[in-house]
Design a binder for this molecule. Structure first.
Ligand code: AP5
Length: 208
């Protein structure tokens, strides 16, 4: 079984959804740069705050993100890494600080991605993830788990979602191609129910 798992995919491919399930199933740490940066949105750095980049759909500068990942990985025994690396420089940095056992790419068509992102709602209190159509809460706007208010992420408007997809194509697709060429990439069709996609991933991990 793999204990150092990297999940790659475009915005909305289901990395967060699947990482949470994998972390629970295999007792792994869920290391996610998106959540880590959202928790530090107003942190002052020499490049400004993460918020400025995130709300525009742009990448936060590498030194800020690399430091977060290095600290998180050094505290983790087994992990599932989600949202990093997003460019070749980050991929190079990652190869210097850890070894990967499995690299999984969730493949989802672009128009499906836009529908998933614009319909996503997250709980303001506990962070649980919903979708107005594909994974609705029992009561609209209310979290099933804790009763908190469901809100839309600031970067999930259609305009910012499309900008994030364009940043992904330019910066992160070369990372996918890099792992394809090293022969490490396992490609999984991410256009199925979350349960079906999870089964596809666990089949791969249990073969490793
Ligand atoms: P981040 O938070 O990492 O966002 P992302 O990569 O754009 O990914 P998402 O969280 O949007 O999508 P996901 O794949 O996790 O999908 P989810 O499971 O939620 O990054 C945000 C920002 O932070 C970046 O833009 C950047 O500014 C910055 N940043 C982060 N990392 C960085 C880095 N390394 N370097 C520089 N900057 C960085 O699913 C989406 C929706 O679809 C949900 O509503 C869900 O319910 C639904 N869904 C999921 N699976 C399915 C399914 N199988 N069928 C139907 N619906 C589904």
């Amino acid at each position: 079984m793999s204990h150092h798992v990297l999940l790659l995919g475009a915005p909305g491919a289901g990395k967060g959804t699947q990482s949470k399930k994998l972390a629970a199933e295999y007792d792994l740490e869920h290391v996610t740069t998106g959540d880590a940066l959202r928790a530090r949105k107003d942190m002052e750095t020499e490049y400004g705050t993460p918020r400025e980049y995130m709300e525009a759909g742009e990448l936060v500068p590498d030194p800020v993100v690399n430091e977060i990942v290095e600290a998180a990985l050094s505290d983790a025994d087994g992990y599932v890494l989600d949202g990093y690396p997003r460019n070749l420089e980050q991929a190079e940095y990652l190869s210097e600080i850890t070894d990967l056992d499995a690299v999984i790419f969730l493949d989802v068509d672009e128009e499906v991605l836009v529908d998933r992102l614009t319909g996503r709602r997250v709980c303001d209190d506990c962070g649980a993830n919903y979708h107005v159509e594909f994974a609705p809460p029992e009561e609209p706007g209310v979290c099933d788990d804790c009763g908190g208010e469901l809100v839309q992420r600031e970067d999930d408007t259609e305009e910012t979602a499309r900008e994030r997809l364009s940043v992904y194509r330019e910066n992160t697709e070369p990372v996918i191609e890099h792992f394809r060429q090293t022969g490490d990439l396992v490609e999984i069709d991410g256009e199925a129910s979350p349960e079906e996609v999870f089964d596809r991933i666990t089949d791969v991990l249990e073969e490793e």
